[in-house]
Every structure is written in C-alpha cells, then in structure tokens.
Ligand binder design. Structure first.
Ligand code: SAM
Length: 221
C-alpha cells in the first residue's frame, strides 16, 4: 500500500516513520509512506502557502494553488484523496476497512492554521475527522489513519492478533495478562494457566462480551 501525506510540517513524521512497527513495515516494503511538502508547490515568492480569509476573521487559510498542485503531483487514477478535517466523516475501524479495501493508494492532506480554502474540497474524495475535537493541524490525524491502515496489511502484525483486536465483530478485545502470576495480591485468572485452549477461548469470548456490554454497549446494537 502507498500512502502519500501532504503536509507543511514533514519533520513531524520523523518518529512515526522511523520507529517500531511502522518502520519495520516500511523496511519490509509492505507500505510506502511518502511525505510531500505542500510549500514546494506554491507559485508565490517566499514560499507563501496561506493568506487571510476573505470577509475578515482570525487565522490564516491554506490557499488552493499549492494544495491542489501538491495533490496533482502524486495523484493516480485509483488513488483516494482525503482532507484531514474536524468536519469530516469520523474515522473508525469500519471506515479504515472500507478505505483499505477500496484502494492501494491513499493521499492524506494535512491542514493547519484556520484550515483549507473551501474550493479545495472540489479536488478530493472526502474529508476525515479523527474525533469531535480540534487539533492544531492534520499531521496527528494523518499519522493515526496511516498507522491504522498499515496494520491491515498482511505481514505487518500477527494476523491472529489483528483478527481478535477491539472492534472486530463489534466487540472489544479480551483482557490480557503476563508474568508474574501474582502482582501485589492480584492474580492472573486460573483458566489462563490451565493449558485448556477450549476453555481459554470460551473465557476470552465471554470476557469480550462482558467488557463490550460494560464499556461500549453501543457497539453491540
Ligand atoms: C485548527 S484546525 C482548523 C479547524 C477549522 N477552522 C474548524 O473549526 O473546522 C487546522 C487543521 O487541523 C486539522 N484537524 C484539526 N482537528 C482535526 C480532527 N479532529 N480531525 C482531522 N483533522 C483535524 C485539519 O487539517 C484542519 O484543517
């Protein structure tokens, strides 16, 4: 899968692409994450990419020209292009799966400041939000989406653990424990030490149902 991220702050992605599971996925060639600096596409002198809003008001607005030219520089026929926006469709496991199955080339456009010139929306497939709150920029949302989609790629993480993770089959994940068997009087459930895999599976499934009912009953509707 190829993920192009258009941003004014590519350095913010240093840790994201150079550490842990994402780094390994890139090194193995399972995902190709490219950072494109929107500023490289302005036609204005001194690298200007934003300006004050028509009609007045606070903040700076990202201009059409550099953003659209940056999108066009990477766009392919089968690419899906999304603006990062608090006004977009809320990202969740369902939407992640839909996007993963729809394309192998994703383009994520990070806003900053007051946001995008409204006309940019004519050049993209949609807007995605990562939740009902406002961040300073689209870089963290783009990392969240790129990270989540990378986990869908076979070989990035163990497929068994991927299939049992929270939100699969509308359930949350079961609780997990590791050594020691007892910590400050808190014991690991006996069934997990029994070696009986049928019983362990039954226990885990019942825990998934219990936890989902308790924490996220909305998922079970
Ligand atoms: C300060 S925000 C702009 C908010 C915009 N004025 C509004 O109220 O809808 C700057 C940029 O951060 C990104 N952003 C902020 N919150 C986000 C969220 N919850 N999900 C996705 N992107 C977000 C977007 O790219 C946005 O253009």
């Amino acid at each position: 899968m190829k993920i192009d991220i258009l941003t004014l702050f590519p350095n913010m992605f240093e840790g994201f692409i150079h550490e842990s599971i994402i780094k390994r996925a890139i090194d193995k060639g399972l995902v190709d994450i490219n950072l494109i600096n929107i500023r490289d596409f302005t036609l204005l002198k001194n690298g200007q990419v934003d300006d004050t809003p028509y009609g007045g008001g606070s903040g700076m607005v990202l201009m059409c020209e550099p953003v659209v030219r940056a999108i066009e520089s990477v766009k392919t026929d089968d690419a899906l292009v999304y603006l990062m926006s608090p006004q977009g469709r809320t990202f969740n496991d369902n939407l992640a799966e839909i996007i993963y199955k729809s394309t192998k080339h994703l383009i994520l456009v990070c806003g900053h400041y007051e946001g995008f010139d409204e006309r940019i929306k004519n050049f993209v497939d949609g807007e995605i939000s990562i939740g009902d709150y406002v961040l300073t920029g689209g870089e963290i949302p783009a990392m969240a989406i790129a990270d989540c989609l990378t986990r869908f790629i076979p070989g990035v993480i163990d497929q068994e653990s991927f299939q049992n993770e929270s939100f699969k089959d509308n359930l949350l994940d079961y609780p997990v424990y590791t050594k020691p068997r007892e910590f400050r009087g808190l014991k690991v459930p006996e069934v997990l030490l029994s070696g009986d895999h049928k019983k362990i599976d039954e226990y885990r499934k019942s825990e998934q149902i219990r936890i989902t009912k308790e924490k996220r009953p909305d998922l079970m509707k």
